[in-house]
Design a protein around this ligand. Structure first.
Ligand code: NAD
Ligand code: IPM
Ligand code: MN
Length: 351
């Protein structure tokens, strides 16, 4: 029987509440589809930071290196500055393991009331392909003259030919496989160096994918279209920051940020890929047992797909469709009253 070694990093806040449901679902599917998962849990978190002065040990990445995949909850909690917690754990994993593609699918499910009129079930089904390791999140910059009136902070965006090309290629290939079209998020009317470069590289790469229809939209207009006409999208490729913002927006259009999953992929498989819900640690609802576990559970489905079990992954997405269409059991973010555990039990009934 195939065994997959999974690193579990629950992290902070509701991250610790949504991973156990994902694990419950995974274990049902392992039994059904004849594979096993062995988990190693890591307590890397803000709590650890407060206790030991770092989010993870110095050899953290080495501890993860031999795993087949990483399942993460969320990182960040009040008391530890976000740039410290995130840059001490989440971002080093994405970068150290060259997870340069961040896949963020969006679907409007039957039975969920989208706040958006045009978002009908089954019509809205698209993927944001977010560049995940460079762009606006470049570490180049600094702060000077701290505390003086002439204090300054400078941060450079870093767009490389290799970095843009590989994620754009991924997006074109995905659009081709889906038989769909590609939209590139840009802002080359206002950002005059990096964004024209981005557009140029997308145009160059499009020549290798003549079968894929594509266009580009400025990020401001694109954000409006996500709300007004979400059904028109299929694959959307975006820089790190644009993709980050678009994915929360899209999740809200689909009904709740609690639903949205993500895959941080190292397509070459030189390193483990990481799967995590799009949402954060939600300190405002943490500890109450009411978080929506769907983002984590759907992320687990993406992990199974990556590990070579597309049938098991489909069982999960089918169960999500079924529980939402056939019952009114929902967590509060979707207008229900169910706890995380109650909703998970109901979902497992539909597996
Ligand atoms: P957030 O996603 O944690 O929360 C935003 C809002 O959505 C909150 O009102 C929250 O209650 C709600 N929400 C989020 N997930 C939900 C779920 N599963 N079920 C029900 N409601 C849910 O974003 P934030 O408040 O900006 O960030 C909180 C912390 O999480 C910060 O430290 C931030 O940096 C961090 N963060 C981490 C990640 C990550 O680890 N990948 C992602 C985003 C934010
Ligand atoms: C996400 C998060 C992270 C990001 C933050 C917490 C650094 O918002 O995964 O979407 O911006 O990548
Ligand atoms: Mn985000």
């Amino acid at each position: 029987m195939t065994n997959h070694r999974i690193a579990l990093i629950p992290g902070d806040g509701i991250g610790t509440e949504v991973l156990p449901p994902a694990q419950q679902v995974l274990d049902v599917l392992g039994r059904r589809h004849g594979f096993s998962l062995s988990y190693t849990s890591y307590d890397w978190s803000c709590e650890r930071y407060v206790r030991e002065g770092s989010m993870m040990p110095a050899d953290g990445l080495d501890q993860l290196r031999d795993k087949d995949a990483i399942l993460l909850g969320a990182v960040g909690y009040p008391g530890v500055p976000d740039h410290v917690s995130l840059w001490g754990l989440l971002i080093p994993i994405r970068r150290g393991f060259r997870q340069y593609v961040n896949l963020r699918p969006i679907r409007v499910f039957e039975g969920i009331d989208s706040p958006v009129r045009g978002a009908r079930p089954d019509e809205v089904d698209f993927v944001v392909v977010r560049e995940n390791v460079e762009g606006e999140y470049g570490e180049v910059g600094g702060r000077l003259n701290s505390g003086f009136p002439d204090e300054i902070a400078v941060q450079e965006a870093v767009f490389t030919r290799a970095g843009v090309t590989r994620v754009v290629d991924y997006a074109f290939r995905l659009a081709s496989e889906r038989g769909g079209r590609l939209t590139s998020a840009t802002k080359s009317n206002g950002i005059v160096h990096t964004m024209p470069f981005w557009d140029q590289l997308v145009t160059e790469r499009s020549a290798s994918f003549p079968q894929v229809e594509w266009d580009q939209e400025h990020i401001d207009a694109l954000a409006a279209k996500f709300v007004l006409e979400p059904a028109r999208f299929d694959v959307v490729v975006a820089s790190n920051l644009f993709g980050d913002i678009l994915s929360d927006l899209a999740a809200a259009v689909a009904g709740s940020i609690g639903i949205a999953p993500s895959a941080n992929l190292n397509p070459e498989r030189d390193f483990p890929s990481m799967f995590e819900p799009v949402h954060g640690s939600a300190p405002d609802i943490a500890g109450q047992g009411i978080a929506n576990p769907l983002g984590a559970i759907w992320s687990a489905a993406m992990m199974l797909d990556h590990l070579g079990h597309p049938d098991a992954a489909r069982d999960i997405t089918d169960a999500i469709v079924s529980v939402l269409a056939k019952t009114d059991v929902r967590t509060r973010d979707l207008g229900g009253t169910a706890t995380t555990a109650e909703f998970t039990d109901e979902l497992i009934e539909h597996l």
